[in-house]
Design a protein. Structure first.
Length: 377
């Protein structure tokens, strides 16, 4: 397995047709200019008129890396004290709502309620609001999405317990070897129904150090730049797949080019406080946690754009609808009805997690990224 521990992108080709006719609903098969994260002078001047958009200016290197590779890592963006507070709140809720405690391993009785993907229905650890309304994180997304009008996502946490220790009571290191092909790569959005030239970005915060083999993010760097060719090959059944694309309402689409996965996929080890973001057109997934006595703890969060050249009209309207969902979720302290992609969320475990909006110490910026107050122009 290739491991990428260094720092730190995104572009695409054109919109396409498939064997179900015109499949791209966003641009109605209209070619759009390829996205480039670098800001023009006009884009920079326009952004600079608004608070916090350049609280953490992206370097030329970061822009180039993101354009070429489709991901960025911001080392120690958040301090360990905040990460520890979020972890404490996660396990308070996991025990209260699901009986999941920080003890034992993957086969322990108390961990049996963890879903197979290890993403828990915990959406509102109070300390996560410091992340969601952090001006530096906001500024990163504002620059990449080329607009100040952003909405923060309300998303889940990943809680991966250690592997089974049965038969390995004294193990200290990796106990379960795994192949490249055992990682279930996918995209969270359905690429047949998106303009590949418009950026869609995901992200997450590492809450505790996670070395290689610890259940980290795996991805194929640079694949966003050749996704069009992949869809073309897919439509011909080149990978032994059903050539018909998934229906438009489906998200979390499996990546079926196993040869590319075997040769190009890398792991992104992280430390507590590191924030990683990546293009939604990169096949990715969290790998298995193979380390004894190690819990992989990760909190997902991102921003979506409400206007600007980096978002299509269709996705803009979807994001405007999501802004209302975020506002409602924050006010109620309950799980949202959809993900930021528009995918519906099962309304199970709908317990109220936090108190009132006032209890969350929402800032001027927070009021806007949570949809409580409108953005100015």
């Amino acid at each position: 397995r290739r491991v990428r521990g260094s720092e730190d992108s995104m572009s695409s080709n054109r919109v396409r047709k498939g064997n179900r006719g015109n499949l791209t609903t966003e641009a109605n098969a209209k070619t759009t200019a390829a996205y480039n994260p670098k800001l023009t002078r006009n884009e920079r001047d326009r952004l600079a008129k608004h608070p916090h958009t350049f609280d953490l200016p992206l370097t030329e290197h970061q822009m180039e890396f993101f354009e070429q590779n489709g991901y960025l890592v911001f080392r120690k963006l958040f301090d360990t004290e905040l990460c520890n507070a979020i972890v404490k709140e996660i396990f308070e809720r996991s025990e209260k709502f699901f009986g999941v405690k920080r003890e034992g391993d993957a086969l322990s009785k108390n961990n049996a309620k963890l879903p197979f993907h290890y993403c828990l229905d915990i959406w509102h650890p109070p300390s996560m609001y410091k992340v969601r309304q952090d001006p530096r994180l906001y500024s990163i997304y504002a620059q990449l999405l080329k607009t100040h009008k952003l909405i923060a996502s309300i998303d889940r946490v990943s809680v991966k317990p250690p592997p089974s220790l049965s038969g390995n009571p004294s193990c200290k290191e990796r106990v379960i070897p795994h192949s490249q092909s055992s990682v279930y790569l996918h995209t969270d959005i359905n690429p047949w129904f998106y303009d590949l030239n418009k950026p869609h970005i995901q992200g997450g915060l590492c809450l505790e150090d996670s070395p290689p083999g610890g259940g980290n993010l795996f991805l194929i760097p640079g694949f966003h730049k050749r996704f069009d060719k992949y869809l073309e090959d897919y439509s011909k059944g080149k990978f032994g797949n059903d050539p018909l694309p998934p229906p438009s309402y489906k998200s979390f689409i499996p990546f079926v080019d196993k040869d590319t996965q075997e040769t190009e996929m890398i792991e992104i080890p992280l430390e507590a406080g590191d924030f990683v973001l990546w293009s939604s057109f990169l096949p990715h997934n969290g790998g298995p946690n193979t380390l004894c006595n190690h819990w992989r703890l990760h909190a997902f969060t991102t921003f979506v754009a409400l206007d600007g050249t980096a978002v299509s009209e269709e996705v803009k309207n979807k994001n405007l609808a999501y802004a209302k969902i975020v506002k409602q979720s924050v006010h109620r302290g309950t799980k949202p009805s959809t993900f930021s992609t528009g995918e519906a969320i099962k309304q199970t475990h709908t317990e109220r997690e936090v108190g009132t909006l006032k209890d969350l110490n929402v800032t001027w910026l927070g009021e806007r990224v949570f949809g409580v107050k409108p953005w100015d122009n």
